[in-house]
Design a protein around this ligand. Structure first.
Ligand SMILES: [Zn+2]
Length: 207
């Protein structure tokens, strides 16, 4: 199946993925790379979508000055974690600056003529994650279900849950571009690599 390039709206949203929101190294304000990218599109950034309640994905959210959306479970998680401190500057980040303002209901939404499918995924890296699909473009914004050539973060030790998500998305063959939560954009080849990684973790190196 061939796909057209993601539309500008799609790029706009997917590029706002919070891997650019890490609090460390960038100081106050959105990541300079993201700011440049958004400017070059010539379109306003009008929303930010937070995928899940890990601080490296939401800590800088308020700095964009746009409505921030997340699943109710994610908002609850962010509130439970509470206020944070930016590193290495030590600048306090009040909880209100990081709490999404709009509750998201999973489903399909057409933005600038492009259908976006917002899907709630459970288990794996974290209990609740929002995955975004662009069926017309064949793009899967997999968030932290996929770490491309970076270490999977097994904090929750939910190996089976992670593998179940990998298997489910691997079976959805309409998506030829996979945007990971960590690492470079990739292809469905990543599903086999992730499976190897999970297995190596669960069972140790093969002799
Ligand atoms: Zn992450």
């Amino acid at each position: 199946m061939s796909h057209t390039r993601p539309s500008r709206a799609a790029q706009q949203l997917t590029e706002s993925h919070a891997r650019h929101l890490h609090g460390h190294r960038q100081g106050p304000g959105p990541h300079p790379q993201l700011r440049r990218y958004a400017k070059q599109l010539g379109k306003p950034l009008d929303r930010l979508v937070i995928s899940h309640g890990h601080p490296d994905h939401y800590q800088g959210a308020a700095r964009f000055g746009v409505p921030v959306r997340a699943l109710p479970e994610t908002i609850a998680e962010i509130v439970a974690v509470g206020a944070k401190t930016d590193l290495p500057t030590g600048t306090p980040i009040p909880l209100a600056d990081m709490t999404p303002t709009v509750e998201f209901t999973p489903g399909t939404e057409v933005i600038d003529s492009v259908p976006f499918v917002f899907e709630k995924v459970t288990g794996g890296e974290f209990h609740t994650t929002l995955v975004i699909k662009l069926p017309d473009q064949g793009v899967l914004v997999a968030q932290d279900v996929v770490h491309n050539r970076t270490h999977l973060w097994f904090l929750d030790k939910d190996f089976d849950g992670w593998q179940a998500n990998i298997d489910r998305f691997a079976a959805e063959t309409d998506y030829d571009t996979v945007l990971p939560g960590h690492g470079e954009p990739t292809t469905p080849a990543v599903w086999a690599e992730l499976t190897d990684f999970v297995n190596a973790y669960m069972f140790g190196p093969k002799s």
